[in-house]
Ligand binder design. Structure first.
Ligand SMILES: NC(=O)c1ccc[n+]([C@@H]2O[C@H](COP(=O)([O-])OP(=O)(O)OC[C@H]3O[C@@H](n4cnc5c(N)ncnc54)[C@H](O)[C@@H]3O)[C@@H](O)[C@H]2O)c1
Length: 359
């Protein structure tokens, strides 16, 4: 559901993962669905209502824009379908909670992107941490700073509306990586600002169109993890250039350099106490290329076997809660306690392509 920019990679990968069969593509704009169905050899293109009514459909993959994630996911759950949604789980915390409750009531699963934490890079980091190679995590720094997506996305307006901005849009990659590596966040303090009230689109086909900015575009803050580590996160669409690494985790015995969490591969590097340079860690896990859809494949397998799925709605709900905590803290001038939690997903098996697929 939602045949826009990101649907291509899902359709490409969905066709090759074991246990997934793409039966239909739907969009509010049915001609868009038709175009994508044709391009990827999917047998059927239809309207949202027809998709919900289709008895062949077990899972709805929600690739709509963030503002309607909750509405579309709730409609799918009401129709008795499992849901896997692009991030964020919802815009409002309450809508996210409603989705999780509706799924529990209906005996259905909710999954939530990103699934990059299942890639070879971040799974290798998980193994390094679990094996105690850098000791006990003390702190982490995570930095995502760009000048926004209006120079490459075909329809970038939504990035500057409530429910988007750098924290809602890119924060989920960083927060999903950090929480699956370090566990839940307990408390947050943040500061936010919107620097440019208007943005000019320079990408095609809307080049020259102005966007009115209605959400913070620079959000920075500190997180206390339940396990004791202190994290710093900066997300920005206001920065022209920078020289920070994406994520570094500092332990009592050394530092782990974590790859860009918007990718599936490496590099992974460690610097242990007594070393005088970084050591590259060979990746221990597969899925190092763009493997979007891996979380959906994992959920499909979990659905059949009865085990827990990894890119869960519960995890997505915790990430959404932390995102709101940064903004609430900034608005209220105080620390914000994070009430939600999640069970840390099981690591994947090293060296084995458990879902099939090309990469
Ligand atoms: N573009 C990227 O690189 C990228 C990367 C990762 C994740 N995402 C996420 O994927 C989602 C979609 O992003 P995109 O870039 O593909 O956006 P997009 O604007 O290109 O596509 C969204 C599609 O959803 C359709 N749509 C909107 N409301 C709908 C509704 N109520 N019912 C059915 N269809 C509806 C639109 O017609 C459009 O075709 C967002 O949540 C975004 O955060 C995007």
């Amino acid at each position: 559901m939602g045949a826009g920019k990101i649907s291509g990679i899902y359709l490409q990968n969905g066709a090759i993962y074991d246990g997934l069969e793409v039966v239909a593509v739907a969009d509010l704009l049915v001609e868009r669905a038709e175009e994508q169905a044709r391009a990827h050899g999917v047998p059927r293109a239809c309207s949202p209502e027809e998709l919900f009514a289709d008895p062949e459909v077990e899972v709805v993959l929600n690739l709509t824009v963030p503002a309607v994630h909750a509405e579309v996911s709730l409609a799918a759950l009401e129709a008795g379908k499992h849901v896997y949604t692009e991030k964020p789980l919802a815009v409002d915390r309450g809508d996210g909670e409603k989705m999780l409750a509706a799924a529990t009531d209906g005996g259905l699963l909710v999954g939530c992107a990103p699934d990059t934490f299942l890639g070879g890079g971040l799974q290798t980091c998980r193994k390094v941490l679990d094996e105690g190679i850098i000791g006990e995590p003390v702190a982490v720094t995570a930095v995502m700073m760009t000048h926004g997506p209006e120079d490459w996305h075909p329809n970038p307006d939504f990035f500057y509306q409530p429910g988007a901005g750098p924290m809602f849009d890119m924060g989920p990659y960083y927060l999903t990586a950090l929480t699956t590596l370090l566990g839940p966040v307990r408390r947050v303090s943040g500061s936010a600002r919107a620097t440019f009230p208007e943005r000019e689109i320079t990408s095609q086909p809307l080049a020259g169109t102005m966007i009115t900015v209605n959400t913070p575009t620079h959000v920075a803050g500190v997180m206390d993890f339940e396990g004791g580590a202190v994290g710093t996160l900066v997300t920005s669409f206001d920065v022209w250039s920078e020289e920070h690494s994406r994520i570094d985790i500092y332990g009592t015995e050394g530092t782990l350099s974590v790859p860009d969490p918007n990718t599936f591969g490496g590099p992974v590097r460690v610097w242990r106490s007594g070393d005088d340079s970084w050591t590259d860690v060979p990746l221990t896990h597969p899925y190092t290329e763009n493997s979007r859809g891996l979380g959906l494949a994992d959920m499909a397998q979990a659905l059949r076997s009865g085990r827990k799925h990894r890119a869960s709605g519960e995890l997505g709900g915790h990430v959404l809660d932390v995102i709101h905590a940064f903004l609430d803290s900034s608005a209220g001038g105080r620390h914000v306690e994070v009430e939600s939690t999640f069970d840390r997903p099981e690591p994947l098996t090293a060296g084995e392509k458990v879902f099939g697929g090309a990469s």
